[in-house]
Design a protein around this ligand. Structure first.
Ligand SMILES: Cc1ncc(COP(=O)(O)O)c(C=O)c1O
Length: 392
């Protein structure tokens, strides 16, 4: 297997995890569309019961297409093990349920994915698991939030939608003195642009729905790290059941084959578009870690090798004008999500945060004029022309 060779990133993305000569000689990993795996004879049952054989039994406990995708993702993250889930939220909720118990405490940063915050604040509290929300990048507040029963620190970097960057060296200087497990949602960075585990972060997770699969066609989630940390999460998944299905696992494997190529395009187009928007008179402000104007530009430069395809910008604070601009776009699609080949442009105030009051929304920094552009892999000049025409 390629894992034993010191190969480049794209070579790993294409070959890692896959069995070079599988049973059928197919170059692609088969979609093993089966809920159960039958025993050839009763001897096989005895070997399984004795713990001698390591074979598939039932797809909720793992299936071959899932395993190939997990091995590929672990190789790309540069770690021992990975466990796949049916969505990013399934990865987060199963992991936190697996690692926390009644009476524990978790710290999470305020600038996290809304549904992750909802889970910590609403669902975990029902099991008497206490949650403290601290300000992203306020390292003093993070340290002060630690209690004797704190078990997990959870954060994202870069964050959504302001693309704030956690200084992982500073963060781990705090947590290396403790037994608290640090989990980083690295969805916006991907293993191509950032490797949190190299800084001592214990577990990294991604919504595989985004850049990893890359084609806006599946849902998936993954948690990665040392085998001993992944094992209890995998065991818990066997109970909670949020496994990835074989077809989605196959599409993830297929998407990963062009991962480096896609990320190079997302990174270069993101930078060009951010620089373009910064010069446009109708754009009030642009947030992109690759811009010198971003508050965490220096940290991003030191710990990331690229900044991805998400560019956040602000127009005049007027919902009608913003919707008018979005309605005029011919190439960019209006819709949530990011990291796919098609560019997407959601308006957080009316798409993701429409259920909460304007007052609450503004407290979270979601203004009427805020737009999050998820740059796809189309030709960058076409994306710019589309934006230019709609803005003018
Ligand atoms: C940073 C981040 N984490 C987790 C998730 C959840 O992933 P999924 O939609 O695959 O459940 C999202 C979804 O947008 C996200 O942006």
């Amino acid at each position: 297997m390629i894992e034993s060779i010191n190969a480049g990133f794209s070579t790993k993305a294409v070959h890692s995890g896959e069995i070079r000569y599988n049973e059928y000689g197919s170059i692609t990993t088969p979609i093993v569309q089966s809920s159960t795996f039958i025993f050839k004879n009763t001897e096989e049952i005895k070997l399984l019961a004795a713990g001698v054989s390591d074979r598939y039994e039932y797809s909720r406990y793992g299936h071959p297409t899932q395993l190939a995708a997990e091995r590929k993702l672990a190789a790309l993250e540069g770690t021992e093990d990975a466990v796949l889930f049916s969505s990013g939220m399934s990865a987060i909720t199963t992991t936190l349920f697996a690692l926390l118990k009644t009476g524990d405490h978790i710290i999470i940063t305020d600038d996290a994915y809304k549904r992750t915050l909802d889970f910590c604040k609403i669902c975990l509290s029902r099991f008497d698991i206490d949650c403290t929300v601290v300000k992203m990048c306020d390292y003093e507040a993070i340290e002060e939030a630690i209690k004797p029963n704190t078990k997990i620190f959870f954060s994202e970097s870069p964050t959504n939608p302001y693309l704030n960057i956690m200084d992982l060296e500073k963060l781990m200087a705090i947590f290396n003195k403790t037994n608290i497990m640090v989990i980083s949602d690295s969805t916006f960075a991907t293993p191509f642009n950032q490797k949190p585990l190299d800084y001592g972060v214990h577990l990294v997770m991604h919504s595989a729905t985004k850049y990893l699969a890359g084609h806006n066609d599946i849902l998936g989630g993954v948690v990665l790290g040392k085998k001993e940390l992944i094992n209890p999460i995998r065991e818990y998944l066997k109970i909670t059941g949020g496994v990835i299905d074989p077809h989605s696992a196959y599409l993830l494997i297929r998407g990963l084959k062009t991962f480096e190529l896609r990320m190079q395009r997302h990174n270069s187009s993101g930078q060009i578009i951010a620089e373009y928007l910064e010069t446009h008179p109708k754009v009030k402000k642009v947030y992109y870690p690759g811009l010198k104007s971003h508050p965490h530009y220096d940290v991003a430069k030191a710990q990331m090798s690229g900044y991805g395809g998400v560019v956040t910008f602000e127009l005049e604070d007027n919902v009608e004008h913003v919707l008018d601009f979005m309605g005029k776009l011919k190439i960019l699609n209006i819709g949530p999500s990011l990291g796919g080949v098609e560019s997407l442009i959601p308006h957080p105030a009316t798409i993701s945060y429409y259920k909460i009051s304007k007052e609450e929304r503004l407290k979270l920094g979601i203004t009427d004029g805020l737009i999050r552009l998820a740059v796809g892999v189309e030709n960058v000049e076409d994306i710019i022309n589309d934006i230019k025409t709609a803005l003018n």
